[in-house]
Design a binder for this molecule. Structure first.
Ligand code: NDP
Length: 213
């Protein structure tokens, strides 16, 4: 049975990804910071028969990441914060830049550095970095500068990590879920969590690529 670790799995898109991966027969480690929220979410999914285990993990806690002692086959870097949507790049507090980068870019990087070597050894891994259209350089506006920079960094890291996995059946992708109705996306968003989770789950479960040349 393959094991998946999903960060930010206690609500929103991450919770739906956990539910779907559980239904597909994976053992799911559902993680986030808040113990009560993590345990309640895992209980909820277990009632549907999925094998889901709660894990308390703050993705900004480097020591906690380094001490993870589990073989993970599927990593979904979903946890993120959206700070200062109306900030200007000229006046955004350094604290917003720091927290956005730590949670949205360095957290996923730390998890990949901790878990991807095992995937490479076992010659199987699927890593999905949940990104955002806000992080796309082409068409970037003045929206949420600290969030946008962190997601652009995540996109760049995804390319570098994908190169590191090449030829070893470790596939690394970034996915933009679109504008989704969650605590982060708000009630006016057009997409459901199910729609937001679709491509993430597909990438997390995709078959091996045929190697060319
Ligand atoms: P939510 O705000 O609804 O959920 C965020 C999750 O991340 C929660 O489980 C939260 O739990 C967790 N989290 C936050 N900080 C940390 C941390 N330091 N360590 C571990 N867990 C953390 O977000 P969404 O479901 O809307 O977003 C999921 C992903 O989709 C994010 O990467 C987001 O950037 C991306 N996205 C979302 C869009 C949308 O419209 N909703 C649009 C584009 C991209 P807790 O705080 O308890 O730890």
């Amino acid at each position: 049975m393959r094991t998946a670790l999903v960060t930010g799995g206690s609500r929103g898109i991450g919770l739906e990804v956990c539910r779907r991966l559980g239904t597909l027969g994976l053992r799911v480690l559902l993680s986030a910071r808040d113990r009560q929220a993590v345990e309640q979410a895992a209980d909820l999914l277990r009632r549907d028969g999925a094998q889901v285990e709660p894990v308390i993990l703050d993705v900004t806690d480097e020591r906690a990441i380094r001490s993870l002692s589990v073989d993970v086959d599927v990593l979904v870097n979903n946890a993120a914060v959206l700070l200062g949507e109306d900030d200007s790049v000229l006046t955004a507090p350094p604290e917003h830049f720091r927290r956005s980068m730590e949670t949205n870019a360095y957290g996923p990087l730390g998890l990949c550095q901790a878990l991807m070597p095992g995937m490479l050894r076992r010659r199987y891994g699927r890593i999905v970095n949940v990104s955002s259209g806000a992080g796309q350089l082409a068409g970037m506006t003045d929206y949420a500068p600290t969030y946008s920079v962190s997601k652009a960094a995540l996109n760049a890291l995804t390319l570098l990590l994908a190169h590191a996995g090449r030829g070893r059946n470790v596939l690394v992708n970034a996915v933009d879920p679109g504008w989704v109705r969650t605590d982060m996306g708000g009630a006016s968003a057009p997409r459901s969590v199910g729609e937001g989770a679709d491509t993430i789950v597909w990438c997390a479960h995709r078959p091996a690529e045929r190697e060319h040349g």
